[in-house]
Ligand binder design. Structure first.
Ligand code: GAL
Length: 772
């Protein structure tokens, strides 16, 4: 997907691609490096260069990023005497070793700018400043060491440290966030850089899906530029998918879509992508003035101001800001009047003409659809939960999970046996004892004598969980098996290498004749991972090593298998897993990721207005539904025929409900004012009236104009309606120019719609075209 993603980033007006470097991906085993396939860093950087873009290489190697363990390899935790991200010799040695390795690679491939390569900036550490506040001296010593270590690597390009106020010269401290309020670099001669413009926020299993209106993203960026900001990178511009078990946690979803301008599937998210492209263009029109000095700020009203940049050679660029969250405000500037929409910035590259306003979106809105292209016929294999083999062992008491699994798998079985006397009263009364099992996380299935008795899980806010439920015990010997599953290792926090997972106890039975029986300290046996994982049921060879049977529904711990052909076309593909509970998916042996539609999004999903300050819970969707329903299957993983799909379901679910879907544009909409600022002909100063541009996905055609109204229409894409003023021939130019086309344009001009329906009123055109 890389070349296409990079091209779309370039078309969107980006100059620099920023990427983290994932230590645990590149050094999965200490001293054994991996730079192939999705981890081919050099190839990625060369592709960016071929596209004519620069690179900001954020080596970290701590990266946070909602990535497993923040990018640290799990083996690092077991280096004797280690303590992460502090003044600790074993840690510093390992960090230096990896950083050196990456820098050395970049040098030998001639990838730094002075070598003719694209890398112009690199980052060491990530948002370490806040930890210094908490931890004091050892943290300060570590930060100073990290800075010096990086500088000594002699990369010949600037280093940055984000959220690190005391970054020593010549390292540049940079900002991350939704807005830039008071930030300025720690020395006046350092440029003001914003390394993470948060385009929205990540999704956790059990949480709603955040989004951020593009009007507010553009507003935040315009505000940064008007104050003299000189560099910004989106986080994320394309977030994609955390395939396999790379999602951090606990509870980070597999989708890392982030409401980014390029969506998880690599498609343009409109209007986000297009509106930011217009913003980038408008900023670049101001470049001669912007590059030549500091802005002059002038108040234009109680909540309005201008920022003006002038160069010696007479260039002038202005930004007019209205911070009022409710009202349009008319301001006087440079001898003219300007009507500023609420919560917006207008950009005037000649100090006269508004070419762009952050709140006036002129580009199309795309409503995406997920069309089913087929279901699967399944065979199944039930995980054998009764006997353990080689990798099982016993211990007295309960063991921490990651210490046992070393994160090679999500799963660890804890099993213990005990006797129930035939004199127990509950055997008569039927009032079964209650099992209580406390776990440090992240999810737990309880099996009593081989039968699933119940499930419990933690949450994004609190990974810990307590299982409580009656258990049907019998007289004689009984077996309790606890299947503990981790859902991504923490990627943020202090000393998260010390965080625990798994059943740490106590585990107790209540309601026996003796009252309460504590099982915590008795003999437990352990099995790392599932049998099916050992057998590699997800792979072509492994999957033929067992006998598969007829698929049965609602069986816990079942493996399902199916073969399928790649659907024709180029549309991105996903699996609709809505009928399933929790587990993992593999296609042709590649791990698509964890799925968990059984975990419904808990939270508040209010209608969201772009106006006013944004935070990550302001705009959310999916409340009450699966946090993540669709799972991206990259086309590049597929063969034309005979693709192997394997699904491991932990708790139940109905595999016949799984379907393969294609993602494409369902509707292309626009809602544009007749005086939408336009910059298309800025350079020739030949202003034209606004035009509406509509496009479907490549290969699609517009088959129907579902709605068109020139006048004062209401509503949003998908539910437009006519207002008081409506031109009778509103549909005509769209039907003429768009039907049967992949893309089309219509000029917003009364004559085109059969005459002015309400002279003297400011009109808009709203249109929805169906793409098929
Ligand atoms: C930042 C961090 C990123 C990412 C982001 C939240 O603070 O630097 O790596 O975790 O938060 O998505």
């Amino acid at each position: 997907m890389w070349p296409d993603l990079i091209r779309k980033a370039k078309d969107g007006g980006l100059d620099v691609i920023q990427t983290y470097v994932f230590w645990n991906g590149h050094e999965p085993v200490q001293g054994q490096y991996y730079f192939e396939d999705r981890y081919d860093l050099v190839k990625f950087i060369k592709l960016v260069q071929q596209a004519g873009l620069y690179v900001n290489l954020r080596i970290g190697p701590y990266v946070c990023a909602e990535w497993n363990f923040g990018g640290f390899p799990v083996w690092l935790k077991y280096v004797p005497g280690i303590s992460f991200r502090t003044d600790n010799e074993p840690f510093k040695w390992a960090m230096q070793n990896f950083t050196q390795k990456i820098v050395g690679m970049m040098k030998s491939e001639n990838l730094f700018q002075w070598q003719g390569g694209p890398i112009i900036i690199s980052q060491i550490e990530n948002e370490f400043g806040p930890l210094e506040w908490d931890q004091g001296a050892p943290a300060k010593a570590y930060a100073a060491w990290a800075a010096k270590m990086a500088l000594d690597l002699d990369t010949g390009i600037p280093w940055i440290m984000c959220k690190e106020d005391d970054a020593p010269d010549p390292i540049i401290n940079t900002w991350n966030g939704f807005y830039v309020d008071d930030f300025s670099p720690n020395k006046p001669y350092k440029p003001s850089m914003w390394t993470e413009v948060w385009t929205a926020w990540f999704t956790g299993f059990g949480g709603p899906v955040p989004y951020r209106p593009v009007e507010d993203v553009a507003f935040a960026i315009a505000q940064f530029i008007q104050k003299g900001g000189s560099y910004f990178n989106y986080y994320m511009y394309h977030g994609g998918t955390n395939f396999g078990r790379t999602a951090g946690g606990p509870f980070i979803a597999t989708s890392y879509d982030y409401d980014a301008p390029i969506d998880e599937y690599g498609l343009l998210r409109e209007p986000k992508w297009g509106h930011l492209k217009d913003l980038h263009k408008a900023i670049k029109f101001c470049e001669p003035a912007l590059a030549s000095g500091d802005p002059i700020r002038t108040s234009l009203g109680s909540n309005q101001e201008s920022h003006v940049f002038r160069s010696d050679s007479g260039d002038c660029a202005a930004f007019l800001a209205n911070y009022d969250t409710q009202h349009f405000i008319k301001v006087a500037f440079n001898g003219m009047h300007y009507d500023l929409p609420p919560w917006s910035v207008s950009i005037l590259p000649d100090c006269k003409t508004t070419v762009f306003n952050t709140a006036r979106v002129g580009v199309q809105t795309s409503l995406m659809k997920m069309d089913s292209v087929g279901e699967f016929s399944w065979v199944s294999y039930n995980e054998d939960t009764t006997s353990y083999d080689d990798n099982s062992f016993t211990a007295d008491g309960l063991l921490e999970q990651i210490n046992v699994t070393r994160d090679a798998t999500d799963y660890l079985w804890y099993t213990t046996n005990f006797d129930i006397d035939e004199g127990e009263q509950f055997l008569q009364s039927g009032q079964y004892p209650v099992l209580t099992a406390m776990s440090a996380g992240h999810s737990l299935h309880v099996f009593i004598n081989g039968q699933l008795a119940g499930t419990a899980c933690g949450s994004l806010e609190n990974p810990k969980l307590t299982y409580t439920g009656d258990v049907k015990l019998r007289s004689g010997s009984n077996k309790i098996s606890l299947l503990s599953a981790s859902v991504g290792l923490p990627n943020v926090g202090e000393h998260f290498e010390t965080w625990n997972a798994g059943v740490l106890g106590p585990v107790t039975l209540n309601g026996l004749n003796e009252g309460r029986r504590d099982l915590t300290w008795q003999k437990w046996s352990y099995q790392i991972g599932l049998k099916g994982e050992d057998l590699k049921l997800h792979s072509l060879t492994g999957s033929s090593s067992v006998e598969w049977g007829q698929a049965s529904q609602d069986q816990p711990l079942t493996w399902y298998k199916s073969l399928f052909n790649a659907p024709d076309g180029n549309e991105p593909l996903a699996l609709d897993m809505n009928s399933m509970g929790k587990g993992q998916i593999w296609v042709n042996g590649q791990n698509v990721g964890r799925y968990w539609p059984g975990y419904k999004a808990f939270g508040t999903c209010n209608p969201c207005d772009y106006r006013g300050r944004y935070n990550e819970t302001k705009c959310q969707t999916n409340c009450g539904e699966a946090s993540q329903r669709w799972y991206h299957v990259p086309r590049s993983w597929l063969n034309p025929t005979g693709n192997l799909l394997v699904v491991l379901e932990e708790s139940g679910g109905d595999p016949t409900g799984i379907s393969l879907v294609k993602r494409s544009i369902g509707s292309a909409c626009a809602d544009v004012s007749e005086w939408q600022p336009s910059m298309r002909n800025w350079h020739t100063k030949d202003y034209e009236r606004s035009r509406v541009h509509l496009h479907c996905s490549p290969g699609q055609k517009m088959t129907k104009i579902k709605f068109a109204s020139f006048g004062t229409p209401n509503g949003v894409c998908g539910s437009f309606s006519e207002g008081n003023c409506h031109a009778h021939e509103s549909y005509d130019p769209f039907e003429k120019n768009c039907i049967g086309q992949e893309s089309c344009a219509v000029t917003i001009n009364s004559d085109n719609f059969g005459g002015d329906p309400c002279p003297g009123t400011m009109k808009r055109i709203a249109v929805e075209a169906v793409c098929e």
